[in-house]
Design a protein around this ligand. Structure first.
Ligand code: NAD
Length: 886
């Protein structure tokens, strides 16, 4: 008689106890082999070997393609053992030879396919294009790494394929494995171990322990050196394994029991559906987890269908598994035979109608084998135990349904969710049902079909995780995220400054991709700008005020034939609905670029339109920080006010009317491609709006200069913007036609935009956003009113920067301390405001005093406060500022 040994650390060895057990042919009841009986000590030795092999990296450290080539050799050795494997599989498990003869080819194929996938398709490393974090620029990527030592515990129904699945997943992904086959079918896993040895898989990478599950399982599932358990078997044992694995928090994948519904619709091809129901159940004696053991049949065809099933079941030849022509072999063991007999008795007691079978079969010459006739129960109610519990034998329950909805509801009335089928000649009807059944696999007009690249796993109590395909391989890896800071100085680290008394960050990353054309007549450059962006179909976005000032026409005339339409329905502080309406128009016109003509409201709307047009959906889908990874729809911005700088910034501010709050897209990919600053387009701006929008730019400059993210390039831009504004804003307000002043103010606004787009703004902007949102005051006006108060609030945190601002605003600071100069800067801003007749108080803007408390809380929630020179977290302090501005 053959004797089989354990496979540990590359060698075949006896169990340390010297004990063996018998393996029995279920077709004859006779003993066919003696097998080493592993115990706890053997399990510990095997785990130690797998641990050493993993930790030393001789397998886990190989490149996936090198491992794959080794696996191809291993696969070839398995295929070479095909006949021996088939015979042993049949004799050990009762599987008919007609099925077992495939495993040499199929199992080696799975190993090759998974190895190939791991080497060529699996995403071992993935760069993350944008981090979604504006504070910490970094390279972010994911590595997928092997988990470590895996334990595979497999059942007795498909010993070769289960062993190969578990081994293949583990090793192609770089893990090592200790495999424990079922104690009634131990032989073929040891033949596979021989193939691994011949192929030169390094010692310790694959280990096979044969023996009783209860004893070995405890060691394998609790040992601290085991990282993952992959189990296929019953739900009861699966949940015990999960519990055992919990103490050492092992990763677990479980492929457990099922009671799958095979739904036969009234329009199914009758012959195919009957065969599907019979094959779905009686394949391999029904000892298959995914079997369709609840056949649900449409009422219309029920009686005829049951009769056809009976006929086919009675045609199946039950006999010894090695004899050619046998359809159904023995059950795996006497115990399993007893279980099936018990369930059939139960079905009869529960009142189900026994249509055929229901008895043992004793083929002549094989009277001691564990054979059972294909058994059909009809008129089964889904609440019967035979319809709820897994029998794991050749027993099928046929149930009736009267509508597709009822079929789905019966299918879902189960603690399991492993698989299922639908038979119908209408694919879309079948697909609808497939979507609604809560289960891991749905076959349409088929059953029991697997593919190496198609994942298999269970819903509900049928399992955790999947096997096969990329999804299954991923279960044998863990994800590591690597964050690589782009600057390695503590002073460059915004987040760590939380622990510092000096929150300023010493850091420079500067990007200004907009091509800017500034000066008289530059509007003539518009067609060339359109062409250079590869576009031909420009849609103008603007608002009614701009159109009435005659500016839209000027731009249309400049655009030649490239203008495909105009959208001018943009309100001040535009909202998401406006972006959606403008996007719809652009889609209708098949515009390939957007030309925005107007103030910040128009340009910001255009930025959001470009994103929505490019990415689909609606505006609210795209409210996000740093998410875009490529250029958006081309955008040419033509500012007509004196101050937002939006034509060069990375932010779009949009009103969310439901939240009553401004929301933002912040992303370098929304910075307009071209900005045209032609003074002719700002000359019509009334003095009041010139002053207000100019104050917006001044606020950008001051806040960028003092922000915690301030940096030297932006400082230069901000200071020069202040110098230009100090000199030219009063002239532009006094005489709107002063072309030189208009140009300089536009350039100043643009520079302030560059500065704050990188360095950010602060509390004055948060307060202005609140005033704009809740009281509909103009943004620039609100900025102006609160700015001097915020400058004084920040004085101890940014005295040096505010002193520079004072000089830029024309203050002689020679004899002043920084503190004095900083306060003088706030005074200078107020003097400038008076000079341009800008409102000085919130009261003048019509804001009620009793609203200030709510305003303070609202402003505190605005993101700009994050970058304010002085930390802002006390609502009382913000309220005090609102009172000062009132
Ligand atoms: N994205 C950014 O970088 C950024 C920066 C600052 C402000 N903003 C946003 O910009 C918006 C404010 O923009 P704004 O201050 O430019 O005002 P605006 O776009 O709301 O325009 C104000 C009014 O001025 C009229 N107008 C514009 N140009 C004119 C002209 N040349 N002649 C006559 N009338 C003209 C418009 O019709 C409108 O009625 C706010 O929503 C604010 O949040 C965005």
């Amino acid at each position: 008689m053959d004797a089989y040994k354990l496979f540990i650390d590359g060698d075949f060895v006896e169990a340390q106890s010297g004990e063996t057990f018998e393996s029995v042919d279920p077709g004859t009841g006779g003993v066919i082999a003696l097998v080493a009986r592993a115990g706890t000590v053997d399990a510990e030795v095997a785990i130690a070997a797998a641990r050493r092999a993993f930790d030393q990296g001789e397998w886990s450290g190989l490149a996936p393609e090198v491992r794959a080539r080794k696996c191809y050799e291993f696969a070839d050795q398995i295929a070479a053992q095909g006949v021996r494997l088939a015979l042993m599989e049949s004799m050990d498990s009762g599987q008919i030879l007609g099925l077992s003869k495939f495993w040499g080819m199929l199992a080696s194929g799975t190993l090759r396919n998974l190895g190939y996938y791991a080497a060529t398709k699996f995403p071992w490393e993935e760069e993350i294009a944008f981090s979604g974090n504006v504070f910490a620029p970094a390279r972010e990527y994911i590595r997928r790494e092997p988990i470590g030592v895996c334990v595979g515990i497999i059942p007795w129904n498909f010993p070769i394929s289960m062993a190969c699945w578990k081994i293949a997943h583990a090793i192609v992904m770089g893990n090592t494995i200790v495999l424990k086959p079922a104690s009634v079918t131990p032989l073929t896993a040891l033949i596979i171990a021989e193939a691994a040895q011949v192929a030169g898989i390094p010692p310790g990478v694959i280990n096979v322990l044969t023996g009783p599950g209860a004893e070995l399982g405890k060691t394998l599932c609790t040992h601290p050196d085991v990282d993952k358990i992959a189990f296929t078997g019953s739900t009861v044992v699966g949940s015990q394994i999960m519990r055992m694995a919990a103490d050492t928090v092992k990763k677990v994948t479980l492929e457990l029991g099922g009671k799958s519904a095979n739904i036969i619709l009234d329009d199914a091809d009758p012959e195919l559906a009957v065969e599907g129901a019979i094959f779905g159940t009686f394949f391999h004696q029904g000892q298959v987890c995914e079997s369709g053991t609840r056949v649900l049949v449409a009422g219309k065809i029920y009686d005829e269908f049951v009769e056809r099933m009976r006929k086919r079941a009675e045609e199946l030849r039950v006999g010894y598994q090695l004899l050619p022509g046998t359809h159904q072999g023995p059950l795996v063991s006497a115990d399993q035979l007893a279980t099936v007999e018990g369930y059939v008795r139960l079905g009869i007691e529960e009142g189900a109608e026994l249509v055929t079978g229901g008895a043992r079969v004793q083929p002549s010459g094989f009277e001691n084998g564990f054979y059972y006739a294909p058994t059909i129960f009809a008129n089964v109610r889904n609440d019967m135990r035979i319809a709820q519990e897994e029998i794991f034998g050749p027993v099928v329950c046929v149930e009736r349904f009267d509508s597709d909805e009822e079929a789905v509801s019966i299918a879902n009335d189960s603690m399991y969710g492993l698989a299922g089928g639908v038979f119908s000649n209408n694919n879309s009807r079948a697909e609808r049902i497939a979507r609604q059944v809560r289960t891991g696999t749905m076959w349409i007009n088929n059953f029991h079909i697997f593919g190496d690249f198609a994942p298999f796993g269970g819903y509900k109590q049928s399992g955790v995780g999947c096997e096969l395909g990329g999804v299954g391989l991923a279960e044998y890896t863990q994800v590591k995220r690597v964050h690589m800071n782009t600057a390695t100085s503590r002073k460059a680290n915004y987040t760590m400054s939380l622990f510092s008394d000096d929150p300023r960050v010493d850091w420079l990353q500067y990007l200004a991709p907009t091509k800017v054309l500034a000066g008289h007549g530059t509007l003539a450059g518009l067609p060339q700008a359109v062409v250079s962006l590869g576009c031909r179909r420009a849609m103008i976005l603007t608002d009614v005020g701009v159109r009435q000032a005659g500016l839209t026409q000027l731009v249309q005339d400049a655009l030649c034939d490239f203008c495909v339409g105009v959208f001018d329905d943009i309100p001040a502080d535009s909202d998401l609905a406006t972006v959606d309406a403008a996007t719809a128009k652009a889609r209708e016109l098949t515009a390939d670029c957007i030309v925005s003509v107007g103030g910040g409201s128009v340009i910001d709307t255009a930025k959001a339109v470009c994103v929505t047009l490019k990415n689909g959906g609606e505006a609210n889908d795209h409210i996000a920080l740093m998410r875009l990874t490529e250029p958006q729809i081309p955008h040419i911005a033509i500012p007509t006010t004196a101050g937002t700088g939006s034509e060069v910034t990375n932010v779009a501010v949009i009103h969310n009317t439901k939240l009553d709050r401004k929301v933002y897209i912040v992303d370098t990919n929304i910075i307009p491609d071209v900005a045209i600053l032609d003074p002719r387009l700002t000359m019509t701006l009334p003095a009041r709006l010139t002053a207000a929008t100019g104050m917006d730019a001044i606020t950008h400059a001051v806040e960028a200069l003092t922000s915690t993210l301030a940096q030297t390039v932006c400082d230069g831009q901000a200071l020069h913007a202040l110098r230009l504004m100090k000199e030219f804003l009063p002239r532009a307000v006094a005489n709107g036609e002063d072309e030189q002043a208009r140009i300089q103010v536009s350039v100043a606004a643009c520079m302030a935009g560059w500065a704050f787009s990188t360095a950010q703004v602060g509390l004055a902007h948060s307060m202005a956003h609140t005033i704009g949102t809740l009281h509909h005051a103009h943004h620039g006006t609100a900025c102006g009113v609160v700015l001097p108060k915020v400058m004084r609030f920040n004085v101890d945190y940014a005295a040096d920067k505010l002193a520079m601002a004072a000089q830029a605003l024309g203050v002689d600071t020679t004899d002043m301390t920084d503190h004095e100069a900083a306060l003088a800067a706030a005074d200078a801003v107020e003097a400038l405001m008076r000079q341009i007749k800008h409102p000085m108080t919130l009261r003048e803007l019509g804001i009620p005093k009793d609203a200030l408390e709510a305003d303070a809380l609202h402003a505190l929630g605005d993101t700009a406060t994050l970058f304010n020179a002085r930390p802002v977290s006390d609502p009382a302090e913000v309220l005090e500022l609102f009172h000062q501005a009132f």
